[in-house]
Design a protein around this ligand. Structure first.
Ligand code: ZN
Length: 241
């Protein structure tokens, strides 16, 4: 069975469509949170996401802020502005979808959380130390996260040491220890590679394939600049920051 693992679409429909085209036929889709925030297409992305096969979907911090579940004051000005613009655009159907997103899920031997298993909405796992302190907060072999927008794997070996891997396009990885895995971001990649990121998990081979795919950034930049969302959310797409 092929599972498409996605995170941080951030209202970028063009990147999302490019990822779905590149992924091809999949049996199920797991989305790790933040379908809204930053980009120009919140309703279109929600509509496309909700139609994906056997969808499991989590709530991210931007989704929670748009729904007023958490305060917008915790975001920087340019991120908060994008949420304010989107709050004016979002349809009732969009709100109904966001309301049903889950904070954390356990599926077979995997835990899914947006930020971290310890603090699903806010914590960023970027360092070995933060990863290490999160292994006690889930009991499955692996944990899938998003939120940092950086494709990464943290493994915990028998000596209780955490190693970090930063997989590139086309890298295939097979777990043999406990791990925390981040597929990167569809709609706002941040590791200096502007291509949209995703992962395909093949459960028969137990391999995770990391992929990057180019998309028409210019069209998204153009829509952001005409939406009232701060310019910085457009220009950062060019260099993946
Ligand atoms: Zn995000």
């Amino acid at each position: 069975m092929r599972t498409l693992i996605l995170s941080d679409i951030h209202a970028n429909l063009t990147a999302f469509q490019a990822v779905l085209n590149a992924a091809g036929d999949v049996d199920q889709v797991w989305f790790l949170g933040d379908v809204v925030g930053y980009g120009p297409d919140p309703n279109e992305c929600i509509e496309l996401l909700r139609g994906q096969p056997n969808l499991q979907a989590l709530m991210g911090n931007h989704d929670a802020a748009l729904m007023d579940y958490i305060s917008i004051d915790r975001f920087n000005y340019e991120a908060a502005e994008a949420i304010r613009v989107q709050a004016g655009l979002i349809t009732q159907e969009g709100r109904d979808f966001l309301e049903l997103l889950r904070l954390k899920l356990e599926i077979d031997d995997l835990t899914l959380a947006h930020g971290s298993p310890r603090n699903p909405i806010w914590e960023y796992i970027l360092s070995a130390g933060t990863a290490k302190s999160n292994f006690d907060d889930f009991s499955t072999q692996g944990c899938l996260i998003g939120h940092t927008h950086v494709p990464s794997i943290f493994t915990l070996n028998q000596d209780n040491e955490v190693k970090i891997l930063l997989p590139g396009n086309g890298d295939r990885w097979r777990p043999n220890n406990r791990f925390i895995l981040n597929p990167g971001s569809v709609g706002q990649p941040r590791n200096f590679d502007p291509r949209a990121a995703f992962v395909i998990w093949d459960d028969e081979e137990d391999t995770y394939l990391f992929k990057r795919v180019p998309y028409d950034i210019e069209s998204v930049v153009d829509r952001i600049l005409h939406s009232g969302i701060p310019k910085r959310q457009a220009t950062r797409l060019w260099n993946g920051t």
